[in-house]
Design a binder for this molecule. Structure first.
Ligand code: CUA
Length: 480
């Protein structure tokens, strides 16, 4: 058997379609190509010619390779790498070390044994029977079948424990303020479902990662690559369909909760809520009462009609769970059915200026009887202008910036303000008379008292009636 016949014979037996050549000498690849062309009957193609081991690995990543032909006479190539990786290692691939030198009639195969022409028959037969890596891939044993069952049981138990811990931690009642309204029930239920799902998803990701870090660590000295996994249709379909069903499920539960939260009770008590920088005002049109504290009867739905006089605010009582934005020039609605008596705090949940954090008000949830008593006590408007002015002072939020004790706030204190001479930012002075107080209420930026910023909203001219302004002036005059 001459050399050409022998080489052709190797190729015939191994029947490769896609060949990778490893050699630094261009003549080697040329010579081999020429030999391959002589084999008319096979469609062998050289997919790449590389010069070293690392390049060969990259070529294998990119192409399906049936056979690697290494130049036996190229001393720069470290054959040990190829033998260790493809013959003894995990990534078995057919490797032929082939000498194309003219002398001698031999092919040198994977383990560098020199075969006589006659011996190569046996060896080729053995190799031909072994499936190549490529065809093993086509038979496709899913990678998880290659993992020990005890690891599966271990990781499932680990994920279950992580999920349970997450559920216990997140569903802890102390994480939320105690609920105090009917509307809080569906919202807390939804919260609880979410916590459970979040715990499971977290455990699923963190569980596999932590388990792998512990049990599938690289052994010292192991330099081999991990198996190359090329997608998995069943897994991808599963992790698309399951979340889709979950999200649709949550959409249904969410829509249901929204319907419950917005359910209309025709007997609802209507209260007009006005937000402004930086106070709250509550009007009970049924009783003609204006208050700076929100009084609510227990177990009766309150329909809050909300509006802002200046910028965006947001009405929020954590115990009631629901939250609603207030917009200037457009009313919004919020329904609350308090089911627990007690005092709560309204907070503004929309940043609205430099005193946003102190835009708070009290809520009092009381029995229907106590509420009725409060209504009858407050129903009759006082005929004393100073008393009416005092009520406006709190209900319209003047108290947020103007103290009565002489301490300056965002604005000057009302104590002793009337009749006093003031110096303004532009250096002018004036004595605070009724006209000055009136101008300062309806057009607050006209005169800025020295040392203060122009912070007062210019909206009081619209929100207050003439009578209310006069009441306020009377009240301010009374602060000696
Ligand atoms: Cu109003 Cu923040």
């Amino acid at each position: 058997m001459d050399k050409t016949t022998l080489i052709c014979y190797i190729f015939l037996m191994l029947n490769p379609r896609r060949v990778l050549i490893v050699s630094r000498h261009p003549l080697y690849a040329q010579g081999l190509r020429r030999l391959l062309q002589q084999r008319q009957q096979a469609d062998v193609s050289v997919v790449a010619v590389v010069t070293g081991f690392d390049e060969a690995l990259r070529a294998i990543e990119q192409h399906a390779i049936d056979l690697i032909v290494v130049d036996y006479d190229d001393q720069t190539i470290n054959r040990e790498d190829f033998l260790a990786h493809f013959v003894e290692g995990d990534s078995k691939l057919r490797v032929v070390l082939l000498s194309l030198k003219e002398d001698g009639d031999r092919a040198i195969v994977y383990d560098r044994r020199n075969f006589a022409a006659a011996q190569i028959d046996t060896w080729l037969n053995e190799w031909a029977e072994q499936p190549s890596q490529i065809s093993a891939k086509k038979n496709n044993i899913p990678f998880w079948r290659t993992i020990d069952m005890k690891h599966w049981i271990g990781v499932i138990l680990f994920i279950a424990v992580l999920t349970a811990s997450g559920v216990m931690l997140l569903n802890n009642e102390r994480l939320l303020t105690p609920a105090a309204s009917l509307q809080a029930v569906p919202i807390d239920r939804l919260f609880s479902y979410h916590w459970t799902l979040i715990s499971f998803l977290f455990a699923l990701v963190a569980g596999f990662v932590l388990y792998s870090i512990i049990f599938f660590r690289r052994k010292p000295g192991d330099e081999t690559d991990a198996p190359h996994i090329e997608g998995n249709n069943a897994l991808e379909v599963t992790w698309t369909i399951l979340p889709l069903i979950t999200v649709i499920g949550f959409a249904v539960i969410g829509a249901d909760a929204l319907a419950e939260v917005t359910r209309v009770d025709p007997q609802a008590l209507e209260i007009k809520v006005t937000g402004q920088q930086w106070s709250w005002r509550f009007e009970y049109p049924e009783y003609g009462i204006i208050s700076d504290v929100l009084y609510l009867p227990k177990d009766r739905q309150a329909l809050l009609v909300l509006e802002s006089v200046d910028v965006l605010h947001s009405f929020w009582v954590p115990e009631f769970r629901v939250k609603q934005d207030l917009m200037p020039g457009s009313e919004t609605e919020l329904r609350i059915t308090p089911n627990r008596e007690g005092a709560f705090k309204i907070m503004c949940a929309e940043i609205c200026g430099n005193k946003h954090t102190s835009m708070l008000a009290d809520v009092q949830v009381m029995s229907q009887t106590a509420f009725d008593q409060w209504v009858s006590a407050n129903r009759v408007a006082s005929d004393d202008p100073v008393a009416r002015g005092q009520q406006s002072y709190t209900t319209y939020g003047c108290n947020a910036c103007h103290s009565l004790d002489g301490n300056p706030g965002v604005g000057p204190s009302f104590k002793g303000i009337y009749g006093k001479e003031h110096t303004f930012e532009d250096g002018t002075t004036a004595v605070a008379d009724e006209a000055y107080l009136y101008e300062s209420i309806v057009n607050p930026t006209a005169k800025i008292v020295k040392g203060f910023a122009p912070a007062m909203p210019p909206t009081f001219g619209q929100t207050l009636t003439e009578e209310q302004i006069n009441d306020l002036i009377a009240f301010i005059k009374a602060q000696k």
